[in-house]
Each structure stands twice: as structure tokens, then as C-alpha cells.
Design a protein around this ligand. Structure first.
Ligand SMILES: C[S@@+](CC[C@H](N)C(=O)[O-])C[C@H]1O[C@@H](n2cnc3c(N)ncnc32)[C@H](O)[C@@H]1O
Length: 405
């Protein structure tokens, strides 16, 4: 069961007691069981039970993900699956909270010390108002959400919760630094555009900077910025980079309307940002990317593959996030024509494409037959993607567009 990477510890993570650590492992394993033990049963239940009874009632064959949902929601096996999945999601965040509360004062003290070690700027405007699509709910059931409330102030607890919780959420499959998306896009750039040497890079919706830091590794001389609308995330990101000895700039900013100058970046990236925005925000973000890029600069968004790349049953499974995981834009985002959005934002039609960036963790595991370091158990290369995840088939889906030169 424990065929995943362990998270590498750094000075911004709390130390769980043995009981807390075992609760966290349990929450992670329960999630794994839902994926590996319960989810595979949904197909046979649909084929053998739910679809025939839907057809009997309606006289129709379930043709799309909406019909499939109607056929499945009353089935006891599906209800059991969906309930356990939701419980495991709530449990994984809960399992981290005790150790954060115990060390809250210490963690905040460490945050200001480590932040001071990061020579990059920390920009936190006083009057910033996050968009409602982020602040109005606890996305993917994370208590407190990304922004916290008026009492959060400069407390970084929510950033700590995200850092540890996302490791459990991804069951370790985003690597020992939770940075697989950024690392995979960096590998993609290295292989496909070896001459591309951006001097200024912006990571939109960076949360705690998991995906931002691989860009600093690949382009050590570049000026790197991570922005997010969640103040606790940005404060934590700045301190976490300090804990890792990296100078990276972070700012609380809305990707729809940043305060950066026109044509000031060579590369603008995001990693699983877009599906947590809205139908109104996405075109604005694409336009903002176009405004910020220098001529010839690249926009890369790693996010959910569009629904038209998969069969209706897989669409139905993935769309469960919309219904049961506080991800209201999850399904609608996959239906959008992102190529058209990029064209409308000003990118030339022949310079926009979808591609797959192979997952760095899987490539590493395949190359080293499962070993990453001494903390890693074997078997990562066996990973097969199922529900609630972002890119079926061992890769991250990337939308790439180049501004006219
Ligand atoms: C799933 S997280 C992104 C994870 C992160 N990019 C990574 O690779 O680890 C989505 C983030 O987008 C942020 N976000 C949502 N809308 C935003 C916007 N308009 N501008 C900036 N950040 C935004 C949220 O606050 C949240 O931190």
C-alpha cells in the first residue's frame, strides 16, 4: 500500500506526535483504498445494474456524463463510494490540524525568521480583496480555505495545513516536495525548448510555492515571482522558500489583474489554478497573461484535460469533484474551449496547443525502479490514474501559447 514518496521535512512543517502521524497515514491510506479498492467497482455497477435500470425507466441509453450521473446517484454502491471518498477528504485535513495548533506560535515565529532569509520581495497589499470564487468556500474541503478570514492576519497556519494536507491528498504522488507539476513542466521546457532561457518568470495561483521552486532550480539567474489571492499561502510560500535557501519573490495579487508592467515576463505559468477560478475570470486571466508577456514569451497552464479527450464514464467519475469536493468550477472548466480563449486573448492561432508533460515522479521511478531517496518505498511507476486527479495517463495536461514575436 505505501508505494508513495514520503514528504521531505523542512523547517516550516510541524512535527506530528506518533499518534498524529499514524492518523495522517491512515487518512492517506483510506484515500488510496477509495481509489484502488472502491472506484474500480463503479464500472461494473454501471454496466450491470445502473445503466439497465436507467434504460428501463427512461427508454434511453445513458449517453453522456449527466445521464450517467442520473443513473448512478441512487445506486447504493455509488453512494457508499462517494460518502467514503468525502469522509477521507475531510479526514486528511483534520489529521493535520492538531499538530499545527500545538505548534502554532512556533510556526509563526519560524515563518518570520525564515522569510527574512529569503531575499526575494514579499508583497502584501493592505486593502486586497480576494475574488469570491476563492473566498466564499473551503475549496476541496480544506478548513479555512486559501484566504482565511479577518482574524487570520499574518498567521501562516493555513499555509502549513495546505503543505502537509496536499501531500496526503495526492497520496505522495506529487513527489517529496509536492512539486511534481512544476518539475514536470520544467522537464518539458528543458527537453522541448532547450534554448529558452527566461529572465523573468511568473507563477500564477502559486499557493505555497510548491511548483514555483523548480523554476528557480532550472533557471537560477531568473527573477521568479509567485502570486496568489490567499495571503496565508503567500506568507508561508515566502518563508518556505527561505527554509529551502532560495530567493523567490511572492505577492498577494489577483491573476486577473496584476500590478506588473506590460511585457515584463518571458514566461507565465500556472499549475491547477484555472479550474479553481470561474467562467468570467478565465478569459481575464488569459488576457492578463498576454499583457504581461514580452513578444515571443510563453504562457503555460498545467491543469485539467478537456472533457472531449475522454469517454463519458471517465468524465462522470472526474466530475464527482464538482459535486462532492467543493470544486464548483471543476466540470464547467473542462467544457470550455481553452484554445479559443487563448486566441481571444491575443495569441496567434498557430501558436496555441495542448500537450502532455510526463510526470517527473513517474519518470524518476521508472528510471530508478522506484527509488527516489532512502525515504522512498518502491512501486511508484505502477501508478495508474483514476478519479479526482488531473491528468489520466501519467502526464500533466499543458496548454501552451506563444505571444507573437
Ligand atoms: C490548487 S491551488 C494551486 C496549486 C499550486 N499552483 C501548486 O502547483 O502547488 C489553486 C490556487 O489558486 C489560487 N487562485 C485562485 N484564483 C486566483 C486568482 N484569480 N489569482 C491568483 N490566485 C488565484 C488559490 O488561492 C489557490 O491557492
Amino acid at each position: 500500500m505505501l508505494n508513495t514518496f514520503q514528504q521531505i521535512r523542512h523547517d516550516m512543517l510541524p512535527t506530528p506526535t506518533p499518534q498524529e502521524a499514524s492518523r495522517q497515514e491512515f487518512a492517506k491510506s483510506l484515500k488510496h483504498f477509495v481509489q484502488k479498492g472502491l472506484l474500480p467497482g463503479l464500472g461494473p455497477i454501471f454496466e450491470g445494474r445502473a445503466a439497465p435500470s436507467y434504460s428501463k425507466e427512461t427508454g434511453k441509453v445513458p449517453a453522456n456524463r449527466h445521464d450517467i450521473r442520473k443513473a448512478m446517484v441512487t445506486d447504493p454502491y455509488f453512494r457508499h463510494y462517494a460518502a467514503v471518498n468525502r469522509i477521507s477528504q475531510e479526514m486528511l485535513w483534520d489529521s493535520v490540524i492538531d499538530s499545527i495548533e500545538r505548534e502554532q506560535e512556533l510556526l509563526n515565529k519560524s515563518a518570520s525568521e525564515l522569510s527574512a532569509k529569503n531575499a526575494g520581495q514579499l508583497v502584501v497589499p493592505e486593502d486586497f480583496v480576494p475574488p469570491r470564487y476563492v473566498s466564499a468556500l473551503d475549496i476541496h474541503c480544506m478548513p479555512g480555505g486559501y484566504c482565511g478570514d479577518e482574524e487570520t492576519g499574518d498567521d501562516v497556519s493555513l499555509g502549513v495545513l495546505y503543505d502537509r494536507g496536499v501531500y496526503l491528498y495526492s497520496m505522495g504522488y506529487t513527489g517529496p516536495f509536492n512539486d511534481d507539476m512544476g518539475r514536470s513542466v520544467c522537464n518539458y521546457l528543458k527537453r522541448n525548448m532547450p534554448d529558452f532561457k527566461p529572465k523573468r518568470i511568473l507563477d500564477m495561483g502559486c499557493t505555497v510555492g510548491h511548483s514555483t521552486l523548480p523554476y528557480k532550480e532550472l533557471f537560477p539567474d531568473a527573477e521568479i515571482w509567485g502570486i496568489d489571492v490567499g495571503e496565508p499561502m503567500i506568507r508561508y510560500a515566502h518563508a518556505r522558500a527561505g527554509a529551502m535557501g532560495l530567493d523567490v519573490n511572492y505577492g498577494v495579487m489577483n491573476a486577473e489583474e496584476t500590478t506588473f508592467e506590460d511585457e515584463s515576463f518571458d514566461l507565465v505559468v500556472s499549475h491547477i489554478l484555472l479550474h479553481e477560478t470561474s467562467g468570467k475570470a478565465m478569459p481575464r486571466i488569459f488576457k492578463e497573461c498576454h499583457r504581461l508577456l514580452k513578444p515571443g514569451g510563453l504562457m503555460i497552464h498545467a491543469d485539467l484535460p478537456p472533457f472531449d479527450l475522454m469517454d463519458p464514464f471517465t468524465q462522470f467519475i472526474l466530475d464527482n469533484e464538482t459535486y462532492y469536493n467543493n470544486e464548483p468550477f471543476w466540470g464547467a472548466m473542462r467544457d470550455l474551449d481553452q484554445i479559443k480563449l487563448a486566441k481571444d486573448a491575443g495569441f496567434p492561432a498557430d501558436a496555441i496547443k495542448f500537450d502532455t508533460a510526463p510526470m517527473a515522479v513517474m519518470e524518476f521511478a521508472a528510471a530508478s525502479q522506484g527509488g527516489y531517496n532512502e525515504q522512498t518505498a518502491s512501486g511508484v511507476a505502477d501508478r495508474d490514474f483514476t478519479a479526482g486527479e488531473f491528468a489520466p495517463g501519467g502526464g500533466w495536461e499543458v496548454l501552451i501559447a506563444q505571444k507573437a514575436g
